[in-house]
Ligand binder design. Structure first.
Ligand SMILES: [Mg+2]
Length: 231
């Protein structure tokens, strides 16, 4: 079996429970900004359109089509106009409030603490995330998992984005890792898995929703607990 020394984790949807944490933040936004004043859509519509728009914007960001400012500025105007709200009455500060609330959420996916505790004595653990420095550090602290990680590489600190091979190469360099002793663990076929393949790194595809794909992956797991069978 290959001897790995450095494990590079994705953060959102891999360790940090993006869906549940976001739902909590969106619920608070719904109350604070009195979103129910627009009675022609429900809270469920709001969260569904949030997820839809957020995915579209992140996909554009991941592929360099928009920058951080555009992602942050366009999110809520896009969501609310899609739901039929007049652009001129969209409350100011809603995007900022979301950015303040969301990174303070602490839920992690099942077995996050257990697997990090299991791995920590034998490996150096790092993060490679397309998120932003301030936000990702807050999430790691809120979830009480910051101390497990040595290097935290983001799109900010590297100036590259997954699936670009350069962000993986940058991360390996700052961590003192090589392709021979490093493995990437992430949930996203496009950014994490194709990215790791671009960088010729071994990888573990965390696929809790059992999506079908045609990629030839190094390992695939449905639960983080299954990392124990590999590492
Ligand atoms: Mg992810």
């Amino acid at each position: 079996m290959k001897k790995y020394k450095h494990l590079f984790f994705d953060l959102d949807h891999t360790l940090w429970d993006f869906d549940n944490n976001t739902a909590e933040a969106i619920e608070e936004i719904y109350t604070i900004f009195n979103i129910s004043q627009w009675s022609f859509f429900t809270f469920n519509d709001f969260i569904n359109v949030f997820n839809e728009v957020n995915n579209i914007l992140w996909d554009k960001f991941n592929h360099g089509k928009i920058d951080r400012m555009e992602l942050r500025q366009h999110r809520f105007p896009m969501i609310l106009t899609r739901l039929g709200v007049d652009e001129r009455v969209i409350p100011t500060g809603i995007g900022e409030k979301y950015l303040e609330l969301s990174p303070k959420k602490s839920k992690v996916l099942p077995f996050t603490h257990e697997i990090l505790e299991y791995l920590k004595p034998n490996y150096q653990l790092h993060i490679i995330s397309n998120g932003f420095d301030d936000v990702q550090h807050s999430k790691l602290e809120a979830a009480k998992i910051h101390h497990y990680f040595d290097k935290i590489v983001t799109s900010d600190s590297s100036n590259f984005r997954k699936p670009q091979k350069e962000i993986f190469e940058f991360a390996m360099e700052v961590a003192g890792a090589t392709r021979a002793n490093a493995i990437m663990i992430g949930d996203n076929v496009d950014t994490d898995i194709t990215g790791a393949q671009n960088a010729k790194m071994d990888h573990i595809f965390f696929n809790p929703n059992k999506i079908t794909h045609t990629l030839n992956v190094t390992h695939e797991i449905e639960s983080l607990q299954q990392i124990m069978n590999i590492l």
